[in-house]
Design a protein. Structure first.
Lengths: 139, 459
């Protein structure tokens, strides 16, 4: 089966690099081609990278609490750029303070993300989900 | 004596340089108008005639030339995303010494295709997609291009998975069609060397003949490269050194012409301070930028507009004074300053042109405030540690005060985000030999290097 490509990065003015490295490692081990655009990534960088590399999914991390602001409009920009149907996941400490995760999830789903992960999610879960979403069979 | 003849067929002037390889000295330099309409050799011979011939006539052991005559090497580049493969393609073309007419991104529109037909570039550079990445756009563009009413040389440097397919489509209409390695094989990786070589190969095999420059080759060994390539090659040699002969280290060359200002840097440009993160497309070690709107003679109006307040602050003039002087220059772009005030204006214009050209060439640093304090992001090259800045080009060499103009290359504390050299020494290519030494590098690199070190003088 053809190798699937994912664009991975930490959005906005966020410099948390450790989780980004772990995800890069985990997805690569799981057989994906990981295009890691690193920390301090803008929405445009995610989209442009996905276009050039013909990526199958965009994986957005945000750990500093401003994810809601940073992620708003990403789906619309993808649509504008011709990759409106691309799979998008988001995870991390997406919002400030103690908020009910269910309401956070609702908000990000409404923004156009296909899946939203709470703090403390291990990489296995999104890898599993992505295989399902991309219709890959596990050998 | 081993005399070598080095020729630069320029757009306006044909410049000849005769060097003695044994003594490592310049025997003479001269120039005459380029005669592309009749026979390119006439101008060359007129220039050579100005250099006193030794008894028994010249016996050249080598005769080498570069050319930017007949419009130079005109190229149009096309890529996918403007900031990624289209930008990489543009850099590859500039690095090959081309005059880049246009850079297109995404699928070529009917308007883009018209522009290609009308401007008839010497070479089209087709990029798009990382290796294994997007295939559709480059294939679509190859198909669109195969329906053009004209035939052009094409270099393909895009997604390798479909390069052969694109080649096959383009071959139906175009000749030659050459496949090079992808200018961006992976995201954020710039790889322009293969494309540069392919462009040079096509230039040598096809373009020289098409431009009528091959007439020169009956007399010369061959026209080896476009002039900007020769300058870049000389710059690289002077920076890196050759064998046991050390170079000058990382450096910048500013070429101020009447209509354009070229900036070349040979430098890695990595962050010079700790805790700075690099963003954006990686920069080539040998980088060339061309500013078509920043000439000291033909584009003075545009220059005044762009420089704006800065120019008036530097001069201490009012807007009326500036526009008055501008009127005079519009009438005669090559007007020689008549008064002290006019001379001051002339210096100011040069300084603005150089300053703005280097602003665009150098990298920038940006502060990002994160919840954990300030972080720094660098885009492009950090040139602050550069210690060598060399001036060249017709306007600068004949100017009474080149050092004052070259000061435009220096870091400006009022614009601390632009990473220009902080404390460089200024040099002048007084004999105008950079292009010639780039040519000489092809046969005797160590001698070319030693001669540059001798003839490029400190200001």
């Amino acid at each position: 089966m053809e190798q699937k490509t994912v664009v991975l990065g930490v959005i906005g003015s966020d410099v948390h690099a450790v989780g980004n490295r772990i995800l890069d490692f985990a997805f690569t081990q799981a057989g994906f081609k990981v295009i890691n655009i690193g920390v301090l990534a803008t929405q445009e960088e995610f989209i442009h990278s996905a276009i050039e590399t013909n990526a199958d999914a965009i994986l957005v991390s945000s750990l500093y609490g401003h994810g809601e602001m940073d992620c708003r409009g990403l789906r619309e920009k993808c649509q504008e750029k011709g990759i409106g149907d691309i799979i998008m996941y988001v995870g991390g400490n997406l919002v400030c303070g103690k908020q009910e995760f269910e309401s956070v999830k609702e908000r990000f789903l409404a923004m156009g993300f296909n899946r939203v992960y709470p703090p403390g999610t291990l990489p296995d879960l999104p890898i599993e989900d992505l295989r399902k979403d991309l219709g890959m069979t596990i050998n | 004596m081993q005399a070598v003849l080095l020729i630069d067929f320029g757009s306006t002037y044909t410049k000849v340089t005769v060097v003695d390889l044994d003594a490592e000295i310049i025997l003479g330099t001269a120039r005459a108008g380029t005669t592309i309409e009749t026979n390119i050799m006439e101008g060359m011979k007129a220039a050579l005639a100005q250099i006193p011939e030794p008894i028994g006539g010249w016996k050249f052991v080598r005769k080498l030339a570069c050319s930017s005559a007949a419009g130079g090497l005109k190229m149009i580049a096309s890529g996918l995303v403007k900031e990624l493969t289209a930008e990489a393609a543009r850099r590859a073309a500039l690095g090959a010494g081309a005059r880049v007419l246009e850079v297109f991104s995404y699928e070529l529109s009917p308007k883009d295709l018209d522009r290609i037909v009308v401007s008839k570039p010497d070479i089209l550079l087709l990029a798009g997609g990382t290796d294994g990445g997007n295939k559709e756009v480059i294939l679509k563009n190859a198909e669109l291009l195969s329906n053009l009413p004209i035939s052009l040389p094409v270099v393909i440097a895009g997604n390798k998975v479909v390069a052969a397919q694109a080649e096959e489509m383009l071959r139906k209409q175009h000749n030659p069609v050459v496949v090079a390695d992808n200018v961006m094989p992976d995201l954020g990786v710039l790889s322009v060397e293969s494309a540069r070589l392919a462009i040079r190969e096509v230039y040598l095999s096809h373009i020289i003949k098409a431009k009528g420059l091959d007439k020169a080759e009956e007399y010369l060994e061959r026209i080896m490269m476009p002039t900007p390539s020769a300058v870049l090659s000389a710059a690289e040699l002077l920076a890196q050194g050759e064998g046991s002969e050390p170079g000058w280290g990382e450096l910048m060359i500013v070429d101020v012409g009447g209509a354009t200002t070229d900036v070349h840097s040979v430098a890695k440009g990595d962050p010079s301070k700790p805790s700075v993160m690099l963003k954006g497309l990686p920069e080539p070690y040998v980088k060339r930028t061309v500013e078509g709107d920043l000439g000291m003679r033909y584009s003075s109006e545009a220059l005044v507009e762009i420089a704006g307040r800065r120019l008036m602050d530097y001069l201490g003039w009012t807007e009326e004074q500036v526009s008055g002087q501008l009127e005079l220059l519009k009438e005669n772009p090559w007007r020689i300053p008549q008064t002290g005030e006019e001379a001051k204006f002339d210096v100011a214009m040069g300084r603005m042109a150089v300053g703005l050209a280097v602003d665009r060439h150098a990298g920038t640093i940006e502060v990002v405030y994160t919840p954990f304090g300030a972080s720094y992001i660098q885009n492009g090259k950090d040139l602050t540690p550069l210690t060598v800045v060399i001036g060249t080009g017709g306007v600068l060499l004949h100017h009474p005060d080149p050092a004052e103009i070259l000061k435009g290359t220096v870091f400006n504390p009022q614009e601390p985000t632009i990473l220009k050299p902080q404390n460089p020494a200024f040099f002048l290519d007084k004999e105008y030999i950079l292009a010639a030494m780039g040519l000489l590098r092809e046969v005797s690199p160590q001698i070319a290097l030693r001669m540059m070190k001798k003839y490029i003088v400190k200001l």
